[in-house]
Design a protein around this ligand. Structure first.
Ligand SMILES: [Zn+2]
Ligand SMILES: [Zn+2]
Ligand SMILES: [Zn+2]
Length: 88
């Protein structure tokens, strides 16, 4: 099985290095940060947290993210539920 969304990866620049864009705006604490590889959006994702942080990809249909946590270099496609090997 392969990811059908690899052509959505752009040479995006991270929108911020401060933390989750949505949490910074809303004043909530972020959980694990991910960078959207299509638009560079930095966000977190936790449907169970109070208040819930819906995934960026569900809002805008950008399924491919990579971890924005220090020391982590994995990428993931939400739509296919596949981990991706990418050369950055
Ligand atoms: Zn995919
Ligand atoms: Zn995006
Ligand atoms: Zn957040």
């Amino acid at each position: 099985m392969t990811c059908r969304h690899l052509d959505m990866i752009r040479d995006a620049v991270a929108s911020t290095t401060l933390g989750c864009e949505d949490c910074l705006r809303d004043g909530t604490a972020w959980v694990h940060l991910r960078e959207c590889l299509t638009c560079g959006h930095i966000g977190c994702c936790d449907q169970l947290a109070p208040p819930p942080r819906p995934c960026h990809w569900l809002k805008v249909d950008h399924p491919i993210v990579r971890s924005f946590e220090p020391g982590e270099d994995w990428a993931w496609c939400y739509a296919d539920e596949l981990s991706l090997m990418l050369d950055f």
